[in-house]
Design a protein around this ligand. Sequence first.
Ligand code: NDP
Length: 248
Amino acid sequence: MQIAVVTGGGRGIGAAITEKLASENFFVILIVNKSLDPARTIVDNIRSNGGQAEIIQCDVSNGHDIKQTMAAIQDQWGTPSILVNNAGVGGPYHAIDQVSEEEWDWIMNTNVKSMFLFSKYVLPQMKEQGYGRIINLSSIFGVWGGANSAVYSTSKHAILGLTKSIAAEWGPYGITCNAISPGYVKTEMGIQEEQVTDHLARVLERSPVKAIVGTKDIADMVNYLAGPSGSMINGASFVIDGGLSAHA
Ligand code: NDP
């Protein structure tokens, strides 16, 4: 059974990814910080359907935690075939001159440094097994910028640079790395953004399909990239936004 590690697998988009990969017969390891209870419910459901899943608690903004987590996974279960770097935080929703250094560090550590570190530790293991898939969650804010979104947008742009560089560097060893850039998805993060902007209304007005992206839409793409059909897709970024960003 192939091992899939999903950061932030306990809720939101990560929960949908976990459930999808488990239903496709991956042994899923959920990396969870605060969402232990929802993660336990997900794992119970997976197990009662004959699947395999485990939870590891790890603060992905903490490099030491990540190193220990990846060592524990290797010791207990072996090398992951799939790493989904999904965990992330939104905000802060204010202008650059109001952004503190602490906020900058928190967002960049959680959203970008975590993806660098999980990749750093898993890549040599994947190279040894001659196979690996890394899928990073960027955002439509990795494509465009936005007022009061500078740190988040910067972090999501950086993820695309990391994705392409891993693709170029580790492709020769049977490893692919791709990014998914969702538009607005109605999770806790999406709702938080909605509360400080008129985001939902603007999305529905601008969206050619006049609908909101679902967590399942993202999970289905992750599953495609994680499977054998994705072998020639490397260094790519898939915008999933119903066409929101396709027009001016
Ligand atoms: P949620 O706010 O619903 O969930 C965030 C997830 O990240 C949770 O599972 C949370 O785990 C995890 N997380 C946050 N901080 C940490 C931390 N320090 N350590 C470990 N885990 C952490 O967000 P979404 O599900 O909506 O977002 C998932 C990804 O998709 C993010 O990278 C986000 O930027 C991206 N995205 C989301 C969009 C949206 O509109 N919702 C649009 C575009 C991109 P826990 O609860 O255990 O702390």
